[in-house]
Every structure is written in structure tokens, then in C-alpha cells.
Design a protein around this ligand. Sequence first.
Ligand SMILES: Cc1cc2nc3c(=O)[nH]c(=O)nc-3n(C[C@H](O)[C@H](O)[C@H](O)COP(=O)(O)O)c2cc1C
Length: 201
Amino acid sequence: MHSDPTRRSAPIPPWYDDLDGSLAEGWGLLVRGAADRRSPMHTVAVATVDAEGLPNVRTVVLRAADPARWRIRFHTDARARKLEELARQPAVAALAYHPAAKIQLRLVGTARVLAGSEAAAIWAQVTPHGRQCYRVAKAPGEPIASPAEGASMDADGADRFCAVEVEVASIEWLYLAAAGHRRARFRRDPDGPITGEWLVP
Ligand SMILES: Cc1cc2nc3c(=O)[nH]c(=O)nc-3n(C[C@H](O)[C@H](O)[C@H](O)COP(=O)(O)O)c2cc1C
């Protein structure tokens, strides 16, 4: 393969060989992803474990990322299959990739469904457009005779709205660079410090 002389490689970022800096960069991308719908990290792939122990993965919108508490949040319908799966096995893996930054983040954690006043406070912030999804009469994933059947609405949606917070226990970082890829794993023990180590990319 010939190298293209018009293509310049990206400058080495300040966090290139810095574990703490890489972790901060990763969280920064997630925070921006949650806030900015144009960010490629505005959506993440969230995997759960199904009743047969098989992985099940789907795209969700990243609604919040909290670097101080190592939490991320997404919203879903209370009747969704992913919630049945989380009730059985609260383990979650989440995947985000930022093509321009060339950074992949693989998060593993434990899900908690927010309830009561916490959920109500979040629902109060959901736009009328966002609330439409939760008004649909039939449960997501239910078979229907025609697409129109899936559009009928019968409620204001508040009771079906569900916010899921994932307490992140580990983050795997991968930065792709012409100068050499960088891969690291960070772990957060709720009772201990955050630890990080480099891995072979
Ligand atoms: C771009 C995009 C964003 C999505 N955002 C969400 C979301 O925030 N919450 C959600 O429950 N489903 C979202 N979905 C739909 C899910 O991928 C999935 O189809 C649905 O939640 C049913 O999943 P389940 O049957 O595993 O529960 C999104 C899909 C796409 C393509």
C-alpha cells in the first residue's frame, strides 16, 4: 500500500501517553455526546444479556454522562425488552465510537432504573416531541397486523417513561493514531480509587 503524501497525520494530542488525560478526554467526549445531538457519541450501543444468556444490543440516545460519579443515563419505554433483561441481569456494556477523534470507548457497568421523584424530574424535562414515543398503546416489540396499529396512542406516557442509569465499573479506551494506537483500561471500585493501565492495542 502506498502512503498518500497529501494526507497529514493528526498531531499527537497532549493525553497521548497520559492515562489520566486519556480518561478525562473519554469522559469529555461522553459529556459532549449527551449534550450535542450532532456528536457521534450522542448515541451509544447498549448491550444487555437475554434470558438465554445471549447478548442483545441496540442503539440508544445518551442522555447524560457524569464523570464525577461515573454514570451514564439513557431513556426507554418501561415495557421494552431491555428492561425485562435488566431486571433479570442488570449488567450493561455500552459502546461509543467517535470517528473524527478516532476514539472508541467500551463501558461496562450495572443498570439501575430510576423511579419516583428522580424519574419525575427527568420526565418534566422531556419535550412534547420526546414524550410521543411513550404514548403508544402497544408495547415496543409487540407484533402488529399493520404499521398503523403501532401508532395508536392511549396515554400521556409518564407512566411508561423510564430512565436507566448505568453505574460504570470499567472503561476501555482505544485511540487510533498513525504514531501508534493507545489502549487502556480504567476501573472504578466504588470504595476505592480509579485505576488505569495500558494494554496492547
Ligand atoms: C438513532 C437511534 C436512537 C435510539 N434511541 C433510543 C433510546 O434513546 N431509547 C430506546 O429505548 N430506544 C432507542 N432506539 C431504539 C432501540 O435501538 C431499540 O430498537 C428499541 O429500544 C427496542 O429495544 P429492546 O427491544 O431491546 O428493548 C434508538 C434507535 C436508533 C436507531
